[in-house]
Design a protein around this ligand. Sequence first.
Ligand SMILES: Cc1ncc(COP(=O)(O)O)c(C=O)c1O
Length: 404
Amino acid sequence: MPSDDFNPLRLQTRCARVQEPVNSATRPLVPPLSLGVVGVVSDLEQIDALYEGRAEGLIYARDGHAEAERFARKIASLEGAEAAWATGSGMAAEAAVFLAALSGGDHVALAEGLYGKTIRLVRDQLTRFGVSYDLFDPTHPKSLEQVLTPATKLVFVETISNPLLRVADIPGLAALTRPRGIALAVDHTFGPLLGRPLAWGADLVIHSATKLIGGHSDLTLGVVAGSRGWIDRIAPVVTTFGFSAAPMDCWLASRGLATLALRVERACANALTLARRLQAHPQVCAVHYPGLESHPDHQRACTLLSGFGAMVTLDVGGRPQADHVIRRLAGRIPFAPSLGDTATTLSHPATTSHRGLRPEDWARQGIHPGLIRLSIGLEAVDDLTAELNAALDGLEAVPLPPSP
Ligand SMILES: Cc1ncc(COP(=O)(O)O)c(C=O)c1O
């Protein structure tokens, strides 16, 4: 292929090479998405300076990139943390915390009712490397005290658990971990902006940004925030194991953060109204929502949180009833096993998030096939009420399962 008078380079070369950036006296109001994997280094002096920390700069995306940095800085500021690090998913953030905090022979205390995959990460994976664990009730710090051993290095808890939405006594747990030098990590996925775990005494706060932070079910991302010392321990785990976040997901999540406060406020308000209304429905056996006075952690939720969260769990009796409601809601409130979308979705914990747990774990945690967890969105609450009422009304005809 020929060159031409304006450019001595052949067409193949012009195709292969990246265009120079466009000059502009202005800068975009919104930072442009940067997908580049690798930085261009000017010379050997600069590469030495970059690797030795004498110059700031991004070299390779697995080790860090502008989108991850921008997203993590915003999370650090929202959580009141010195630093934060983005990861490829919520589970990647959790795995990085476990791997940074624990070595063979160490013990970790896990809150009852954690996300099923979190329990499995420890039970099925970390135990292969000589880590042991015990479960405790995060609403009763005394129960944590009973499982602590000299080998305990980490306590892991969720602010609001799934699906019964129990609110952990994080200040009470921190009063036990702090004096003993044990790290307290809080998965705050269900409670962004509703409280700051680090201010309650936790050492690390983790989010699955796939959920409310991203807010549109179109990205997979995690983040962990804490002291500079902790993030300096966690970052090499992320970059070495390859748990790193993708630029596009970080960019989308940064955009999601712009509306997070509004979305959380609206979803919490809708959830409270719906929980109160559903409580009065004759076909609903129970409604689990920390904003209801009937919830066992209502008082703690009032003290600790600035809102009661966007999740509401209904007990409709058994699997046939749950299946009936799920079918009746199809096309309106979809069965989509995630949470935190702008639109209301539902999940069935027994067959999704808690599927891999043993029957005895279910029994202890109060999980059964009649539970439906709603992730409340931003719709008009009267529409949601009408749709749920219509689905529940038909339940009279569904035979109740035999009592166990
Ligand atoms: C409370 C909680 N933590 C962590 C995770 C894992 O997040 P991800 O799916 O982004 O890996 C989930 C996922 O559902 C979750 O519900």
